[in-house]
Design a protein around this ligand. Structure first.
Ligand SMILES: *Cc1c(COP(=O)(O)O)cnc(C)c1O
Length: 396
């Protein structure tokens, strides 16, 4: 029975029936001549979600983490300097990966709950007159803290000192749910995956690669083989794959893009904003605090919520799971035990989100949290009633 409930973890997200059916296929020959008819239009259409016309899309059978590794190994060499801010678990893990590839990692430490500090990036870049920094890394949506960063501001910080470094952005938990503008923001590597905004099963890394990043592949010396952009790009150009593709996911991605374009990309963003506004109204009504330090940092795909002093968020999420069969995100890293997360991205309606809010309220009431049962649900109901747009409720 628990499988009937939607999940409120910030990925993997709920898989709509239409996409489950699209992925459920008998074996298909990927060397058959008609594979090209699936692959090429698919990669073209993915560009629309990244908002790029000049970049290209590279996919790998991997999770998002594989997309990070591919971006690093294809474009950087051991000893290369990279500049990165740490403000949550995902930026932390990306830093760890850079260090394990023997890059020279310059870290800007930030208190968790803050976003990417554009002014500090600007300072460090301006100070780097010899242009030792080869790459600037930013996590667009820090899933651990529910913080959305301003990538355009980081680009401006780079341009202010005419710095030639490339810009790498983790958009795993933002792409396809919140606005992302690869070309406008001058992003060189944009890393995403199949299991969040695309509403698919896990298993495909999806990376947007600029021309500059593609050119860097020729001189970068980090070892790579399975993840070599050139092998993938070369095979794709001939309508094929360098090895066996994850066929179910490719078919799923076709259907996912169809769904996103039918709803309209901007409508998808608007739906996420509304759903998130309802969740935030609930948090406010409960008298709890978000980890995100200010409203311009609020993520529309995930809310990380501090539990009151003296409570343990792991006990709460375990209780919700054991008692009501519903999954919420646990606190990660510095937030472990101190915060729980409500994922509100992907295939969700008002009614689904209300069920999540009602359930976490029951769990909190069971554990004697100082909240009023029904208060959060009521606050979210008011938001959804006030902004109701029936056309947005039809998630196929
Ligand atoms: C989910 C996520 C990832 C990738 O995780 P995988 O489990 O490897 O797919 C990376 N960064 C962020 C911000 C994420 O939310």
């Amino acid at each position: 029975m628990t499988g009937q409930n939607p999940v409120f973890i910030p990925g993997p997200t709920n898989i709509p029936d239409r996409l489950r059916q699209a992925m459920n296929v008998q074996t298909i020959d990927h060397r058959a001549p008609d594979f090209v008819k699936l692959l090429n239009p698919l990669l073209e259409d993915v560009k629309k979600v990244f908002k790029t016309t000049t970049g290209q899309i590279i996919t790998f059978p991997a999770s998002g983490t594989g997309g990070w590794e591919a971006s690093i190994t294809n474009t950087l060499s051991p000893g290369d300097k990279v500049l990165v801010a740490r403000f949550g678990m995902f930026s932390h893990r990306w830093i760890d990966m850079c260090q394990r590839h023997n890059l020279d990692v310059e870290i800007i430490e930030c208190e968790w709950g803050n976003g990417a500090p554009a002014e500090l990036y600007a300072e460090r870049l301006a100070a780097d007159t010899e242009h030792k920094i080869k790459a600037v890394l930013v996590t667009h949506n820090e899933t651990a803290t529910g913080v959305l960063s301003d990538i355009g501001a980081v680009r401006k910080a780079m341009d202010a000192s005419n710095h030639p470094a490339m810009l790498y952005v983790d958009c795993v938990s933002s792409l396809g749910s919140m606005d992302f503008r690869m070309d406008e923001w001058g992003v060189d590597l944009a890393v995403s995956g199949s299991q969040k905004g695309f509403m698919l099963a896990t298993g495909m890394a999806i990376v947007g690669v600029s021309r500059k990043a593609m050119a860097a592949v020729e001189t970068a010396t980090c070892p790579r083989c399975f993840f070599d952009f050139r092998d993938m790009a070369g095979a794709n150009a001939n309508g094929g794959f360098p090895y066996t593709p994850p066929m179910g996911l490719l078919l799923g991605l076709r259907a996912s893009l169809d769904m996103i374009f039918e709803e309209g990309l901007e409508n998808v963003f608007a739906r996420h904003r509304r759903l998130a506004d309802g969740v935030r109204a609930a948090v406010d009504a409960w008298g709890l605090e978000l980890c995100a330090k200010s409203p311009e940092l609020y993520s529309d795909t995930v809310s990380a919520i501090y539990v009151p002093e003296g409570f343990n968020s792991d006990v709460l999420t375990n209780h919700a799971y054991d008692t009501y069969g519903m999954s919420f995100g646990v606190g990660l890293g510095e937030m472990a035990g101190r915060a729980f997360r409500i994922g509100h991205l992907g295939s969700l309606t008002d009614a689904m989100v209300l069920s999540g809010l009602a359930t976490i309220e029951m769990a909190m009431a069971d554990l004697n949290y100082p909240i009023e049962l029904g208060s959060g649900v009521r606050a979210a109901q008011e938001v959804y009633r006030r902004t109701a747009r029936p056309a947005l409720q039809k998630v196929a």
